[in-house]
Write a protein that binds this ligand. Sequence first.
Ligand code: URA
Length: 430
Amino acid sequence: LNIQGIIAKRRDKQPHTQEELQYLAHGAADGSIEDYHLSAWLMAAYLHPLEEQETAWLTQAMATSGERLDLSGLPKPWVDKHSTGGVGDKASIVLLPLLASCGLTVVKMSGKGLGITGGTVDKLSSVPGFRLDLTPQEMRDQAQRIGIALTGQTPNLAPADKVLYALRDATTTVGSIPLIVSSILSKKIAGGAEMIVLDVKAGSGAFMKTALKAKELAAALKRTAELCGLQARLAITDMSQPLGRAVGNALEVAEAIEVLEGRGAGRFQQLCMRLCGLTLMAAGAVASEKEGEDLALSKLESGAALRKAKEWFAAQGAAWPTETLPSAPVQKKVFHQGTAGWAWVVDAQTVGEVVVELGGGRREKDDEIDLAVGVEVHVEVGTQVEHSQLLFTVHAADEAHADAAAQRLVEAVEIVTEPVRKPGLVLEVM
Ligand code: URA
Protein backbone atom coordinates (compact mmCIF):
# COMPACT_ATOMS: atom_id res chain seq x y z
CA LEU A 1 0.00 0.00 0.00
CA ASN A 2 1.11 3.54 -0.64
CA ILE A 3 -0.63 6.83 -0.09
CA GLN A 4 -0.30 8.10 -3.67
CA GLY A 5 -2.13 5.00 -4.89
CA ILE A 6 -4.90 5.56 -2.33
CA ILE A 7 -5.29 9.21 -3.31
CA ALA A 8 -5.38 8.29 -7.01
CA LYS A 9 -8.11 5.72 -6.39
CA ARG A 10 -10.32 8.28 -4.69
CA ARG A 11 -9.58 10.85 -7.38
CA ASP A 12 -10.70 8.31 -9.99
CA LYS A 13 -13.83 7.24 -8.03
CA GLN A 14 -12.59 3.71 -7.51
CA PRO A 15 -13.72 1.93 -4.33
CA HIS A 16 -11.34 1.59 -1.38
CA THR A 17 -10.56 -1.65 0.40
CA GLN A 18 -10.74 -1.97 4.18
CA GLU A 19 -6.94 -2.26 4.29
CA GLU A 20 -6.50 1.03 2.44
CA LEU A 21 -8.73 2.92 4.85
CA GLN A 22 -6.99 1.32 7.81
CA TYR A 23 -3.61 2.36 6.36
CA LEU A 24 -4.90 5.90 5.91
CA ALA A 25 -6.42 6.28 9.40
CA HIS A 26 -3.51 4.73 11.24
CA GLY A 27 -1.01 6.71 9.16
CA ALA A 28 -2.90 9.91 10.05
CA ALA A 29 -2.79 8.98 13.75
CA ASP A 30 0.89 8.03 13.95
CA GLY A 31 2.11 10.84 11.70
CA SER A 32 3.58 8.52 9.06
CA ILE A 33 1.41 10.08 6.33
CA GLU A 34 2.15 13.73 5.53
CA ASP A 35 -0.54 16.38 5.95
CA TYR A 36 -0.38 17.29 2.25
CA HIS A 37 -1.19 13.70 1.27
CA LEU A 38 -4.04 13.50 3.76
CA SER A 39 -5.35 16.86 2.55
CA ALA A 40 -5.34 15.70 -1.06
CA TRP A 41 -7.22 12.53 -0.10
CA LEU A 42 -9.73 14.54 1.93
CA MET A 43 -10.50 16.78 -1.03
CA ALA A 44 -10.89 13.75 -3.30
CA ALA A 45 -13.19 12.15 -0.67
CA TYR A 46 -15.17 15.38 -0.45
CA LEU A 47 -15.69 15.45 -4.23
CA HIS A 48 -16.35 11.69 -4.47
CA PRO A 49 -18.03 10.78 -1.16
CA LEU A 50 -17.31 7.41 0.45
CA GLU A 51 -19.92 4.70 0.04
CA GLU A 52 -21.66 3.19 3.09
CA GLN A 53 -19.30 0.25 3.55
CA GLU A 54 -16.26 2.47 3.03
CA THR A 55 -17.59 4.89 5.64
CA ALA A 56 -18.01 2.05 8.13
CA TRP A 57 -14.47 0.80 7.44
CA LEU A 58 -13.03 4.28 7.88
CA THR A 59 -15.02 4.68 11.11
CA GLN A 60 -13.68 1.43 12.53
CA ALA A 61 -10.14 2.24 11.44
CA MET A 62 -10.33 5.66 13.13
CA ALA A 63 -11.85 4.11 16.26
CA THR A 64 -8.92 1.72 16.58
CA SER A 65 -6.27 4.35 15.82
CA GLY A 66 -5.61 5.00 19.54
CA GLU A 67 -6.76 3.99 23.01
CA ARG A 68 -10.15 2.41 23.54
CA LEU A 69 -12.26 2.46 26.65
CA ASP A 70 -13.37 -1.00 27.71
CA LEU A 71 -16.79 -0.77 29.30
CA SER A 72 -17.66 -4.42 29.22
CA GLY A 73 -19.20 -5.69 32.43
CA LEU A 74 -21.13 -2.52 33.28
CA PRO A 75 -24.66 -2.99 34.53
CA LYS A 76 -26.84 -3.17 31.43
CA PRO A 77 -28.57 -1.54 29.67
CA TRP A 78 -26.23 1.35 29.24
CA VAL A 79 -26.22 4.14 26.68
CA ASP A 80 -24.26 7.07 25.31
CA LYS A 81 -26.13 10.22 24.35
CA HIS A 82 -24.76 12.65 21.77
CA SER A 83 -25.97 15.79 20.04
CA THR A 84 -24.53 17.07 16.79
CA GLY A 85 -24.49 20.47 18.48
CA GLY A 86 -26.76 23.47 18.67
CA VAL A 87 -27.34 26.85 20.27
CA GLY A 88 -28.47 26.51 23.88
CA ASP A 89 -28.36 22.71 23.83
CA LYS A 90 -27.73 21.69 27.43
CA ALA A 91 -29.93 18.58 27.23
CA SER A 92 -27.16 16.18 28.30
CA ILE A 93 -26.96 17.81 31.75
CA VAL A 94 -30.61 16.92 32.32
CA LEU A 95 -30.70 13.64 30.45
CA LEU A 96 -27.82 11.90 32.19
CA PRO A 97 -29.33 12.01 35.71
CA LEU A 98 -32.86 11.60 34.37
CA LEU A 99 -31.99 8.42 32.47
CA ALA A 100 -29.96 7.10 35.41
CA SER A 101 -32.90 7.73 37.76
CA CYS A 102 -35.00 5.64 35.33
CA GLY A 103 -32.59 2.73 35.74
CA LEU A 104 -30.17 3.11 32.81
CA THR A 105 -26.42 3.51 32.98
CA VAL A 106 -25.14 6.47 30.97
CA VAL A 107 -21.51 6.92 30.01
CA LYS A 108 -20.43 9.87 27.96
CA MET A 109 -17.35 11.56 26.64
CA SER A 110 -17.99 15.16 25.72
CA GLY A 111 -16.11 17.66 23.64
CA LYS A 112 -15.46 21.36 23.95
CA GLY A 113 -17.56 23.74 21.90
CA LEU A 114 -16.36 25.26 18.65
CA GLY A 115 -18.06 28.19 16.91
CA ILE A 116 -21.73 28.77 17.70
CA THR A 117 -22.41 25.26 18.99
CA GLY A 118 -21.42 24.82 22.60
CA GLY A 119 -19.93 21.78 24.29
CA THR A 120 -21.04 20.02 27.46
CA VAL A 121 -17.46 20.08 28.77
CA ASP A 122 -17.44 23.90 28.70
CA LYS A 123 -20.85 24.15 30.33
CA LEU A 124 -19.93 21.85 33.21
CA SER A 125 -16.55 23.49 33.68
CA SER A 126 -18.50 26.53 34.93
CA VAL A 127 -19.45 24.45 37.99
CA PRO A 128 -16.72 24.95 40.62
CA GLY A 129 -14.87 21.70 41.29
CA PHE A 130 -16.57 19.60 38.58
CA ARG A 131 -13.94 17.16 37.32
CA LEU A 132 -13.87 16.50 33.58
CA ASP A 133 -10.70 14.41 33.56
CA LEU A 134 -11.86 11.05 34.90
CA THR A 135 -9.53 8.17 34.07
CA PRO A 136 -10.96 5.12 32.29
CA GLN A 137 -10.90 3.26 35.61
CA GLU A 138 -12.74 6.08 37.39
CA MET A 139 -15.31 6.16 34.57
CA ARG A 140 -16.00 2.47 34.95
CA ASP A 141 -16.14 2.59 38.76
CA GLN A 142 -18.42 5.61 38.85
CA ALA A 143 -20.74 4.23 36.16
CA GLN A 144 -20.97 1.01 38.16
CA ARG A 145 -21.64 2.82 41.43
CA ILE A 146 -24.11 5.57 40.47
CA GLY A 147 -25.07 4.86 36.84
CA ILE A 148 -23.48 8.03 35.36
CA ALA A 149 -20.01 8.96 34.24
CA LEU A 150 -19.02 11.89 32.05
CA THR A 151 -15.58 13.06 31.06
CA GLY A 152 -13.77 15.17 28.50
CA GLN A 153 -12.11 13.34 25.65
CA THR A 154 -8.84 11.68 26.54
CA PRO A 155 -6.09 12.92 24.21
CA ASN A 156 -5.46 9.51 22.73
CA LEU A 157 -9.05 8.63 21.84
CA ALA A 158 -9.46 8.21 18.05
CA PRO A 159 -6.33 10.30 17.33
CA ALA A 160 -6.90 9.87 13.58
CA ASP A 161 -9.99 12.06 13.97
CA LYS A 162 -8.00 14.85 15.60
CA VAL A 163 -5.59 14.96 12.67
CA LEU A 164 -8.23 14.55 9.96
CA TYR A 165 -10.63 17.04 11.58
CA ALA A 166 -7.96 19.75 11.75
CA LEU A 167 -7.12 19.16 8.08
CA ARG A 168 -10.80 19.12 7.07
CA ASP A 169 -11.14 22.47 8.76
CA ALA A 170 -8.09 23.82 6.91
CA THR A 171 -9.18 22.44 3.52
CA THR A 172 -12.92 23.30 3.61
CA THR A 173 -13.90 19.64 3.56
CA VAL A 174 -15.66 19.50 6.95
CA GLY A 175 -19.13 19.29 5.36
CA SER A 176 -18.82 15.88 3.70
CA ILE A 177 -21.43 13.60 5.28
CA PRO A 178 -19.33 10.37 5.29
CA LEU A 179 -16.47 12.32 6.90
CA ILE A 180 -18.78 13.79 9.56
CA VAL A 181 -20.26 10.35 10.24
CA SER A 182 -16.87 8.66 10.65
CA SER A 183 -15.68 11.51 12.87
CA ILE A 184 -18.65 11.28 15.24
CA LEU A 185 -18.99 7.50 15.37
CA SER A 186 -15.28 6.67 15.64
CA LYS A 187 -15.11 8.61 18.92
CA LYS A 188 -18.21 6.87 20.22
CA ILE A 189 -16.86 3.42 19.37
CA ALA A 190 -13.44 4.21 20.86
CA GLY A 191 -15.28 5.43 23.97
CA GLY A 192 -16.71 1.94 24.40
CA ALA A 193 -20.29 2.63 23.30
CA GLU A 194 -22.60 -0.19 22.27
CA MET A 195 -25.79 1.83 22.13
CA ILE A 196 -26.11 5.50 21.29
CA VAL A 197 -28.89 8.03 21.14
CA LEU A 198 -28.10 10.77 18.67
CA ASP A 199 -29.86 14.11 18.57
CA VAL A 200 -29.28 15.42 15.04
CA LYS A 201 -29.92 19.15 15.02
CA ALA A 202 -31.46 20.91 12.02
CA GLY A 203 -31.63 24.65 11.42
CA SER A 204 -29.63 27.87 11.41
CA GLY A 205 -28.09 27.14 14.83
CA ALA A 206 -26.80 23.73 13.75
CA PHE A 207 -24.22 22.22 11.49
CA MET A 208 -26.99 21.06 9.13
CA LYS A 209 -28.96 24.16 8.18
CA THR A 210 -32.01 22.37 6.72
CA ALA A 211 -34.17 19.45 7.82
CA LEU A 212 -33.35 17.73 4.53
CA LYS A 213 -29.59 17.86 5.13
CA ALA A 214 -30.07 16.77 8.76
CA LYS A 215 -32.12 13.82 7.57
CA GLU A 216 -29.40 12.84 5.13
CA LEU A 217 -26.83 12.96 7.95
CA ALA A 218 -29.11 11.04 10.33
CA ALA A 219 -29.72 8.26 7.78
CA ALA A 220 -25.97 7.94 7.14
CA LEU A 221 -25.25 7.85 10.89
CA LYS A 222 -27.85 5.16 11.42
CA ARG A 223 -26.63 2.99 8.55
CA THR A 224 -22.93 3.32 9.43
CA ALA A 225 -23.62 2.61 13.11
CA GLU A 226 -25.44 -0.58 12.10
CA LEU A 227 -22.57 -1.66 9.86
CA CYS A 228 -20.19 -1.07 12.80
CA GLY A 229 -22.35 -3.14 15.18
CA LEU A 230 -23.45 -0.10 17.18
CA GLN A 231 -27.11 0.17 18.08
CA ALA A 232 -28.34 3.69 17.30
CA ARG A 233 -31.56 5.61 17.82
CA LEU A 234 -31.80 9.03 16.24
CA ALA A 235 -34.00 12.08 16.56
CA ILE A 236 -33.87 15.00 14.17
CA THR A 237 -34.77 18.09 16.17
CA ASP A 238 -35.35 21.74 15.39
CA MET A 239 -32.47 24.16 15.88
CA SER A 240 -33.81 27.15 13.96
CA GLN A 241 -34.37 29.00 17.25
CA PRO A 242 -32.27 28.65 20.43
CA LEU A 243 -33.17 25.69 22.61
CA GLY A 244 -34.71 26.96 25.82
CA ARG A 245 -33.99 30.29 27.45
CA ALA A 246 -30.27 30.26 28.16
CA VAL A 247 -27.34 30.42 25.74
CA GLY A 248 -23.91 30.64 27.40
CA ASN A 249 -22.12 28.16 29.61
CA ALA A 250 -23.01 28.95 33.25
CA LEU A 251 -26.45 30.27 32.22
CA GLU A 252 -27.19 26.95 30.55
CA VAL A 253 -26.17 24.97 33.62
CA ALA A 254 -28.57 27.12 35.65
CA GLU A 255 -31.40 26.36 33.21
CA ALA A 256 -30.65 22.61 33.31
CA ILE A 257 -30.79 22.80 37.11
CA GLU A 258 -34.19 24.52 36.91
CA VAL A 259 -35.54 21.53 34.98
CA LEU A 260 -34.02 19.03 37.42
CA GLU A 261 -35.44 20.98 40.36
CA GLY A 262 -38.91 20.82 38.81
CA ARG A 263 -39.01 24.48 37.79
CA GLY A 264 -38.57 23.87 34.06
CA ALA A 265 -41.00 24.52 31.23
CA GLY A 266 -41.27 24.92 27.50
CA ARG A 267 -39.40 23.45 24.57
CA PHE A 268 -36.21 22.60 26.42
CA GLN A 269 -37.97 20.47 29.00
CA GLN A 270 -40.17 18.94 26.28
CA LEU A 271 -37.09 17.89 24.31
CA CYS A 272 -35.52 16.30 27.39
CA MET A 273 -38.71 14.29 27.98
CA ARG A 274 -38.95 13.15 24.35
CA LEU A 275 -35.29 12.12 24.19
CA CYS A 276 -35.60 10.33 27.50
CA GLY A 277 -38.70 8.46 26.29
CA LEU A 278 -37.07 7.29 23.09
CA THR A 279 -33.85 6.31 24.84
CA LEU A 280 -35.70 4.21 27.43
CA MET A 281 -37.66 2.58 24.64
CA ALA A 282 -34.52 1.88 22.58
CA ALA A 283 -32.81 0.38 25.63
CA GLY A 284 -35.75 -1.94 26.16
CA ALA A 285 -36.60 -0.48 29.56
CA VAL A 286 -40.19 0.43 28.58
CA ALA A 287 -42.70 -0.78 26.00
CA SER A 288 -43.36 2.57 24.29
CA GLU A 289 -41.92 6.05 24.04
CA LYS A 290 -45.00 7.40 25.81
CA GLU A 291 -44.40 5.04 28.73
CA GLY A 292 -40.77 6.24 28.78
CA GLU A 293 -41.83 9.89 28.87
CA ASP A 294 -44.29 9.19 31.69
CA LEU A 295 -41.58 7.40 33.66
CA ALA A 296 -39.18 10.34 33.13
CA LEU A 297 -41.82 12.83 34.23
CA SER A 298 -42.53 10.81 37.38
CA LYS A 299 -38.80 10.78 38.24
CA LEU A 300 -38.67 14.51 37.78
CA GLU A 301 -41.75 15.12 39.90
CA SER A 302 -40.73 12.75 42.70
CA GLY A 303 -37.30 14.40 43.04
CA ALA A 304 -35.50 11.15 42.10
CA ALA A 305 -33.83 12.78 39.08
CA LEU A 306 -32.64 15.68 41.24
CA ARG A 307 -31.21 13.33 43.87
CA LYS A 308 -29.37 11.47 41.11
CA ALA A 309 -28.03 14.73 39.68
CA LYS A 310 -26.70 15.77 43.11
CA GLU A 311 -25.10 12.36 43.55
CA TRP A 312 -23.49 12.74 40.10
CA PHE A 313 -22.11 16.22 40.80
CA ALA A 314 -20.74 15.05 44.16
CA ALA A 315 -19.10 12.00 42.56
CA GLN A 316 -17.33 14.31 40.10
CA GLY A 317 -16.10 16.60 42.85
CA ALA A 318 -18.66 19.43 42.77
CA ALA A 319 -21.17 20.80 45.25
CA TRP A 320 -24.68 21.42 43.88
CA PRO A 321 -24.15 24.89 42.36
CA THR A 322 -26.98 26.88 43.83
CA GLU A 323 -25.07 30.14 44.22
CA THR A 324 -21.62 29.26 42.99
CA LEU A 325 -22.00 29.58 39.22
CA PRO A 326 -20.05 32.53 37.80
CA SER A 327 -22.13 35.56 36.81
CA ALA A 328 -21.24 38.36 34.42
CA PRO A 329 -20.78 41.90 35.79
CA VAL A 330 -23.02 43.65 33.24
CA GLN A 331 -26.61 42.78 32.41
CA LYS A 332 -28.51 44.60 29.71
CA LYS A 333 -32.13 44.13 28.72
CA VAL A 334 -33.26 44.34 25.10
CA PHE A 335 -36.91 45.32 24.47
CA HIS A 336 -39.07 45.09 21.34
CA GLN A 337 -39.14 48.57 19.83
CA GLY A 338 -41.52 47.97 16.90
CA THR A 339 -45.23 47.36 16.64
CA ALA A 340 -46.94 44.39 18.27
CA GLY A 341 -47.27 41.10 16.42
CA TRP A 342 -46.12 37.48 16.37
CA ALA A 343 -42.55 36.21 16.43
CA TRP A 344 -41.81 34.68 13.02
CA VAL A 345 -38.04 34.23 13.45
CA VAL A 346 -35.77 34.03 16.51
CA ASP A 347 -32.58 33.17 14.72
CA ALA A 348 -30.41 30.64 16.54
CA GLN A 349 -27.36 31.39 14.43
CA THR A 350 -27.42 35.11 15.26
CA VAL A 351 -27.87 34.42 18.98
CA GLY A 352 -25.03 31.88 18.83
CA GLU A 353 -22.74 34.35 17.08
CA VAL A 354 -23.54 37.03 19.65
CA VAL A 355 -22.53 34.66 22.46
CA VAL A 356 -19.23 33.95 20.67
CA GLU A 357 -18.67 37.73 20.31
CA LEU A 358 -19.37 38.15 24.03
CA GLY A 359 -16.51 35.69 24.66
CA GLY A 360 -18.69 32.70 25.54
CA GLY A 361 -17.61 30.54 22.58
CA ARG A 362 -14.46 29.78 20.62
CA ARG A 363 -13.48 31.03 17.19
CA GLU A 364 -10.33 28.87 17.22
CA LYS A 365 -10.06 25.59 19.02
CA ASP A 366 -7.59 26.79 21.67
CA ASP A 367 -9.36 30.10 22.49
CA GLU A 368 -10.05 30.87 26.16
CA ILE A 369 -13.73 31.44 26.91
CA ASP A 370 -15.66 33.44 29.49
CA LEU A 371 -18.02 30.99 31.19
CA ALA A 372 -20.25 33.66 32.73
CA VAL A 373 -21.36 35.55 29.62
CA GLY A 374 -24.30 34.76 27.38
CA VAL A 375 -27.81 35.65 26.33
CA GLU A 376 -31.18 34.84 27.85
CA VAL A 377 -33.89 34.56 25.20
CA HIS A 378 -37.37 35.56 26.36
CA VAL A 379 -39.19 35.16 23.04
CA GLU A 380 -40.19 32.05 21.11
CA VAL A 381 -41.36 31.60 17.53
CA GLY A 382 -45.16 31.65 17.35
CA THR A 383 -45.73 33.72 20.49
CA GLN A 384 -47.30 37.17 20.59
CA VAL A 385 -44.99 40.10 21.17
CA GLU A 386 -46.14 43.50 22.49
CA HIS A 387 -44.40 46.81 22.02
CA SER A 388 -41.71 47.24 24.76
CA GLN A 389 -41.79 43.55 25.64
CA LEU A 390 -38.54 42.08 26.96
CA LEU A 391 -36.82 40.02 24.22
CA PHE A 392 -33.32 39.29 25.57
CA THR A 393 -31.11 39.76 28.60
CA VAL A 394 -27.44 40.09 27.68
CA HIS A 395 -24.84 38.97 30.24
CA ALA A 396 -21.54 40.64 29.34
CA ALA A 397 -18.06 41.31 30.69
CA ASP A 398 -18.39 45.07 30.10
CA GLU A 399 -20.74 47.78 28.78
CA ALA A 400 -19.16 47.92 25.32
CA HIS A 401 -19.71 44.20 24.71
CA ALA A 402 -23.24 44.44 26.12
CA ASP A 403 -24.13 47.34 23.78
CA ALA A 404 -22.71 45.59 20.72
CA ALA A 405 -24.61 42.40 21.59
CA ALA A 406 -27.87 44.28 22.14
CA GLN A 407 -27.57 45.91 18.72
CA ARG A 408 -26.92 42.64 16.95
CA LEU A 409 -29.71 40.78 18.79
CA VAL A 410 -32.37 43.09 17.38
CA GLU A 411 -31.56 41.52 13.98
CA ALA A 412 -32.23 38.03 15.34
CA VAL A 413 -35.97 38.61 15.74
CA GLU A 414 -38.59 39.15 13.05
CA ILE A 415 -42.07 40.14 14.13
CA VAL A 416 -45.00 39.88 11.70
CA THR A 417 -48.57 41.09 11.96
CA GLU A 418 -50.26 37.75 11.21
CA PRO A 419 -50.39 34.88 13.75
CA VAL A 420 -47.56 32.36 13.35
CA ARG A 421 -47.82 28.63 14.09
CA LYS A 422 -45.41 27.24 16.71
CA PRO A 423 -42.88 25.07 14.88
CA GLY A 424 -42.34 21.38 15.61
CA LEU A 425 -39.59 20.30 17.96
CA VAL A 426 -38.87 16.67 17.13
CA LEU A 427 -39.02 16.54 13.35
CA GLU A 428 -38.39 12.84 12.90
CA VAL A 429 -37.25 9.78 14.79
CA MET A 430 -35.35 6.94 13.15
N1 URA B 1 -18.82 16.55 15.22
C1 URA B 1 -17.72 15.78 15.10
O1 URA B 1 -17.27 15.19 16.05
N2 URA B 1 -17.14 15.69 13.89
C2 URA B 1 -17.61 16.31 12.80
O2 URA B 1 -17.06 16.16 11.73
C3 URA B 1 -18.75 17.10 12.94
C4 URA B 1 -19.35 17.21 14.17
